[in-house]
Design a protein around this ligand. Structure first.
Ligand SMILES: *Cc1c(COP(=O)(O)O)cnc(C)c1O
Length: 406
């Protein structure tokens, strides 16, 4: 495919047509494939003939998705998986063996954190977390040999930024490949491979589907690594993406740029409104100059993203009261949906990591994570305002009641 611009690649990339000449990508909902002869089957298995064999490791609809994603990412190769966690797990376990060492930023999606902290050590792979924003901590951790570095930037839920260029340089010097979980940035806002990463992973469940319908994942990297290291692992362990889900994700990609740009613009409006509200003690949005790593974020991302985190001065009671008062924004642990979703990380997505680790990550009981969707931004700020004004009114009333009692 010629080097079309992203919006065009999102619509056309990877498309192959059957002899029927269908406009929309064909859905090959089939587990297996038939051969013209026993000889063709034999030649397929020896590799002399290229022919689909079995949808656990190859399907035409899934291949269209993989090729479209590779084109947008600027990657040599892509493999799609059933979920984002299958992508992260496959990328790591296919590359690692007993005796290896992994270094990861502490601020990771909960299940990624579990793989690094709990699963890998069971197989004799040592792991170490560092504060992702602290380059001295990275330098110290990568002064010893490592096999793999895992980073998420921006991170979930506090939107911390990791300096990808600097960490990739240190990781390569330590002998490690760098895997970047690029879910929060999407393939449109940040290009980890251009910043030095070796492998990019996605939960396609998030912005790529973008309409809250299906789970999916993807791993992208160099052709040799994908074919020789990742593919045998996926082929033989089976975390395959359903062709039906691949088809929906292809349709999701067609509108990805429209959706992500619209949600980014609304997220900026929402973050600015939250920053002005007296009930909010702090806002985290990489696109705002008051984000502690704003300059770094803007040097590696083209926009601030679609997620905003904010802290309510009244802690958990205020966070719960505000969330329960939302009329439009829904309470959910998902993100990257066309519907705006609010999460209380301390009691849901980040409940299991424990209070000590939450404190280290800055996830206080007053923090709410907002995934901004495709509603009119003014309706979102209206909804936030009525919920937060309610907190203010209640705070005033409580204060007056206390004052009267004193
Ligand atoms: C959701 C998510 C995952 C896991 O993806 P699933 O599709 O739910 O398995 C991994 N990393 C990040 C940053 C995520 O947001």
């Amino acid at each position: 495919m010629p080097s079309y611009r992203p919006a065009t690649q999102l619509v056309h990339g990877g498309t192959t047509r059957t002899p029927h000449g269908e406009t929309s990508e064909a859905l090959f909902l089939t587990s297996g494939f038939v051969y013209e002869s026993a000889e063709q089957a034999e030649a397929t298995f020896t590799g002399d003939v290229s022919h689909y064999q079995y949808s656990r490791f190859g399907n035409p609809t899934v291949a269209m998705l993989e090729n479209r994603l590779a084109g947008i990412e600027g990657a040599e190769a892509c493999r799609a998986t059933a979920t984002g966690m299958a992508a992260v797990h496959g990328a790591m376990l296919s590359h690692l063996k007993a005796g290896d060492r992994v270094v990861a930023s502490r601020a990771l999606f909960g299940s990624c954190h579990w793989i690094v902290s709990t699963l890998l050590p069971r197989y004799g792979i040592s792991s170490e977390f560092v504060d992702g924003a602290d380059l001295d901590a990275w330098r110290a951790a990568l002064s010893r040999p490592a096999a793999l570095v895992l980073v998420e930037s921006p991170s979930n839920p506090m939107l911390d930024i990791v300096d990808l260029r600097a960490v990739c340089g240190m990781a390569h010097a330590a002998g490690a490949i760098v895997v970047v979980d690029n879910v929060f940035a999407t393939p449109l806002l940040q290009k980890p491979l251009e910043l030095g990463a070796d492998v990019v992973v996605y939960s396609c469940t998030k912005h790529i589907d973008g309409q809250g319908r299906v789970l999916g994942g993807a791993v992208l990297g160099r052709k040799a690594w994908v074919e020789d290291t990742l593919q045998p692992f996926l082929r033989n362990t089976g975390p395959s993406l359903s062709p039906f889900n691949a088809w929906l994700l292809l349709k999701g990609l067609e509108t990805l740029q429209l959706r992500v740009h619209a949600a980014c613009a609304s997220a900026t409006t929402v973050a600015d409104m939250l920053a002005r509200h007296p009930a909010v003690s702090r806002v985290w949005f990489p696109g705002r100059p008051d984000h502690p790593q704003h300059a770094l974020a803007m040097s590696q991302m083209s926009a601030g993203g679609t997620l905003v985190a904010f802290e309510l001065a009244g802690g958990k009671p205020a966070a719960f009261r505000a969330m329960n008062a939302f009329r439009l924004i829904a309470v959910s642990n998902n993100l990257g949906d066309s519907k705006s979703l609010a999460t209380h990380p301390a009691t849901t997505t980040h409940m299991r990591i424990g209070a000590e680790e939450r404190a280290r990550l800055g996830i206080t009981d007053g923090v709410v994570r907002l995934s901004v969707g495709l509603e009119d931004a003014a309706d979102l700020t209206d909804d936030l305002a009525q919920a937060l004004d309610g907190l203010q009114a209640r705070g005033l009333r409580d204060g007056l009641v206390r004052a009267a009692a004193e």
